[in-house]
Design a protein around this ligand. Sequence first.
Ligand SMILES: [Zn+2]
Ligand SMILES: [Zn+2]
Length: 188
Amino acid sequence: MKIDITEIMNRRQYEIPFSYSFDPGKTDAECVDLPEDITIPENGIKVEGKITDNLGIITLKAHIKADYITPCARCLEEVHGNLSFDFERTVLADNTSRVFESHITDDGEWDGSTDDFLYVNEASVIPDADIIEELSLELPSFTLCSEDCPGLCPKCGKPLKDGDCGCKEEKYVNPQMAILQKLLENDN
Ligand SMILES: [Zn+2]
Ligand SMILES: [Zn+2]
């Protein structure tokens, strides 16, 4: 969401609280792509925080809560997960700010740091793209519906946790182990 910080830039206000929710499908900001198997429900990302001006150094601090849906890595059943993390950025209001100057090297070049900044555009900041980038780092690399999810039956493909599928003579074998087993059998 576009957060108007005119009041801070004009020094009429030193704190602007904000609270909103969004999802990656409904933001104008250009965002990093989340993994394909992650779905964020409508308004699934909740943002609550404030922008403060501390002697000319403007900071955005927020707490993010995000809901997501992803398939279980073993049985592919939909799993609803959620994340909660803190988000903080320094707001660069203009290129004469002290923060900006502190990142100019002795040669007059920008020192290359970009990650921790939000840039002001027409007296507003839009933190959504940065929030999604941070979210992509917070997401677990895989999700299970339960710690001991037994996965799918290798023969009929039914989730084993649903009970007996009728293929009980074959126990689950890791596909790679199955190849090894075949090789060993051929050796004999
Ligand atoms: Zn599962
Ligand atoms: Zn089966």
